[in-house]
Design a protein. Structure first.
Length: 202
């Protein structure tokens, strides 16, 4: 009696290629997961280097800002000092131009005084002119003006202008023998040099 064929398959009937392909896919997936895990574990290791670089950049930028701030403060201080000096000079020498215009008046009064003294019966006129001249000079002195009248003093080229050199055995060489026109200073600054005659040395 012949046996009937059955529809049940044995383990030998499974396709070996399909099994190999399934195993390969599982291995690939496992490798991919492993690679992702390694990448995720390696990435945080770069963070300390980036933080150190950022800190160095911040320190360098802070140093630049500090240096620029110090330079700005120094420049502002220089500007303040220059402005203060300009204001002080403006206060000291504000009347310098006025002084230059008034000096000829003083010269005229001096000449009038000399002329009045050489004129007969003109004592009263000379006295009046002398009082006016003294009052005017006193007003100038209150504004910081000083007279340069170097008669008998050593010649100073910074304050005197030599108009002539004359030998004089009775006077010291290089000294002022005569003052042709007095000079003036304003708060120590020369406004007009005194015109003088200097004793010539041997």
């Amino acid at each position: 009696m012949a046996s009937k064929p059955t529809d049940e398959s044995t383990p030998e009937d499974f396709d070996s290629d399909a099994i190999d392909e399934s195993i390969g896919e599982d291995q690939a997936q496992t490798d991919a997961q492993k690679g992702t895990h390694e990448a995720s574990t390696e990435q945080p290791q770069e963070a300390p280097d980036d933080a150190a670089t950022s800190q160095d950049d911040a320190s360098e930028e802070l140093a630049k800002v500090k240096d620029q701030l110090l330079r700005t403060v120094a420049e502002m201080e220089n500007v303040r000092r220059r402005a203060q000096r300009d204001v002080e000079n403006a206060h000291k020498f504000a009347v310098e131009k006025l002084l230059g215009e008034l000096l000829p008046v003083v010269d005229s009064l001096e000449k009038a005084e000399e002329l009045a003294k050489t004129t007969d019966n003109a004592d009263s006129m000379a006295e009046g002119i002398s009082l006016s001249l003294k009052l005017f000079v006193s007003t100038l002195e209150k504004s910081g003006i000083a007279i340069v009248d170097p008669l008998g003093e050593p010649f100073d080229p910074q304050l005197h202008e030599a108009m002539a050199m004359v030998p004089n055995p009775d006077a010291e060489p290089n000294s002022v023998m005569d003052v042709m026109q007095r000079g003036y200073t304003l708060n120590g600054r020369l406004v007009r040099a005194a015109k003088v005659v200097v004793v010539k040395g041997e």
